[in-house]
Design a protein around this ligand. Structure first.
Ligand code: NAD
Length: 494
């Protein structure tokens, strides 16, 4: 890993591409409008970014449809498509430090998380998904001797992808890798808070040999480009990661337009259950990482902690010690464990929820309201609030920041009921050394993902996604490919 000064020096040499990427080239928004991309650690301007709207989306969809119809990508020999995607992954690896810096500067994530998690996981996502291209077969249905029914996987056509800012490169990769591998054309709308790595990714796709128009990136501020994409009559599938509020709007837009299929990876308020028979030190370390990693700006952050009453005191002492590992600092320093919040509005959200927790009777045992100094970055403090319960606003609502609510329970049934008492169902963790309890509780948790004696671990082979208001469909694994194909059957009477 490079040193702090080496990362600082390299960050000075970076060039940022802020224009839209349509039909294989950078271009300004049709309106000529831009919006600023700000480094949240310094509040300084990185670059101005094209503010795309419906006109740019129309252009991008037209190009994407045209190239889809031409077959240049959709009908390319699977082995060749695989080779292009593998070359693309190689290019990302070649520029891995640049990608690490782009997201760190653009949204404040620590450089060590970028180097150890986001960039290698993104590369793995492209490589693994590329390998699927010539390994997933169609089927023959058992219809009898006088007919032949062939079931094939067809690309859907034009895919719109809308992504959030918390894992900019990785969330984009989870969407576009399977969509492209399946032979589709893609229009990507990255978050306005972190569009830079997506634009560079598109440039490298062309360098790898992807035909023009197959991958287009239309950055846009607020809902402008995203809404136009979601309402577009010629987009077949919309794949979204972001808040539950916007996810609901996308379902409406789909209904108002062409009934495009909508896949949603939405918000979360994940519970973490610590039973009295847990390894307390490991559980405390896991609980701290589960809320403070990436400044708590993690959809699967376990922001609701439920501790069995009999070990609460001992556990809290261990938790407070583990929390001290997380200190906000310059994200370019490899030793930094927590960067700034993505922007001033996210910092204000964190402050608002800490105040509401206090107003409703919560007891702040670590951290507290942020002490913002103008021009010095949007830094929050890792915060633990005890005396919490499910009736409190900050326990019910997603904060998306480093604020942990600590509640207690007395029985296994109560722990399960408290964990499931949420509109969300994304992730859940539980800590116990009792194997039967681990299975019993995992089965009962209303959650797309459950971690036992760990938190947040995953693999490209493992699906990622939630239930209830956390969404539908899955990113990663072969299940991700299912979102971007149509099943077709051809029946022949012999
Ligand atoms: P957001 O919903 O505000 O924005 C997500 C994307 O939607 C952005 O690109 C944004 O510009 C766009 N958008 C906003 N309004 C739109 C509209 N009306 N029409 C179309 N597009 C619109 O979410 P965010 O603040 O970027 O990200 C944080 C949220 O993402 C959290 O709720 C978090 O839990 C969630 N998230 C979920 C997962 C998951 O896998 N389930 C992963 C990461 C983040």
């Amino acid at each position: 890993m490079k040193s702090y000064s080496e990362w600082q020096a390299q960050s000075e040499t970076l060039t940022f591409h802020g224009q839209a990427y349509i039909n294989g080239q950078f271009q300004p928004a049709v309106s000529g409008e831009t919006f600023p991309s700000i480094n949240p650690a310094t509040e300084k301007l990185l670059t101005n970014v094209a503010s795309c709207d419906a006109a740019d989306v129309d252009l991008a969809v037209d190009c994407a449809r045209e190239v889809f119809k031409s077959g240049a990508w959709s009908e390319m020999h699977p082995r060749q498509r695989k080779q292009i995607m593998q070359k693309w992954a190689d290019l990302i690896e070649l520029h891995k430090d640049e990608f690490a810096l782009l997201d760190t500067l653009d949204m404040g994530k620590s450089i060590s998380e970028m180097v150890n998690i986001d960039v290698p996981d993104a590369i793995d996502c492209f490589r693994w998904t590329a390998e699927c291209i010539d390994k997933v077969y169609g089927e023959i249905a058992p219809t009898g001797e006088d007919t032949l029914a062939m079931i094939s996987h067809e690309p859907v056509g034009v895919v719109g992808a809308i992504t959030p800012w918390n894992y900019p490169l990785l969330m984009v990769s989870w969407k576009i890798a399977p969509a492209l591998a399946a032979g589709n054309s893609v229009i990507l709308k990255p978050s306005e808070k972190s569009p830079l790595s997506a634009l560079r990714l598109a440039e490298l796709a062309s360098e790898a040999g992807m035909p023009d128009g197959v991958l287009n990136v239309v950055p846009g501020f607020g809902h402008t480009a995203g809404k136009a994409l979601a309402l577009h009559m010629d987009v077949n599938v919309l794949a979204f990661t972001g808040s539950t509020r916007v996810a609901g709007m996308l379902m409406e837009y789909a209904g108002q337009s062409n009934m495009k299929r909508v896949w949603l990876e939405a918000g979360g308020k994940s519970p973490n259950l610590v039973f009295a028979d847990a390894d307390i030190k490991k559980a405390a370390a896991g609980a701290a990482s589960a809320i403070f990693a990436n400044q708590g700006e993690v959809c699967i952050a376990c922001s609701r902690l439920y501790v069995e009453k009999s070990i609460k005191e001992e556990f809290m002492a261990a938790l407070v010690e583990e929390a001290s590992r997380f200190q906000a600092g310059d994200p370019l320093d490899p030793k930094t464990t927590m960067g700034p919040m993505v922007d001033g509005s996210q910092l204000a959200t964190v402050e608002r929820y800490i105040r509401s927790a206090q107003d409703e009777g919560g007891h702040v045992v670590v951290g507290g309201v942020p002490e913002y100094k103008e021009g010095k970055g949007y830094f929050a403090k890792p915060t633990i609030v005890d005396n919490a319960h499910n009736g409190m606003t900050f326990v019910k609502e997603e904060i998306f920041g480093p604020v942990l609510a600590v509640c207690e329970f007395e029985t296994e049934e109560e722990a399960i009921a408290l964990a499931n008492d949420s509109i969300y169902g994304l992730g859940a963790a539980l800590w116990t050394q009792n194997l039967s309890r681990a299975h019993r509780v995992s089965r009962k948790l209303e959650s797309g993902m459950v971690w036992v004696n760990t938190w947040g671990e995953g693999d490209t082979t493992v699906p990622f996604g939630g239930v209830k208001a956390s969404g539908n469909g899955r990113d990663k694994s072969l299940h991700a490919l299912e979102k971007y194909i149509d099943i077709k059957n051809v029946l022949i009477r012999l």
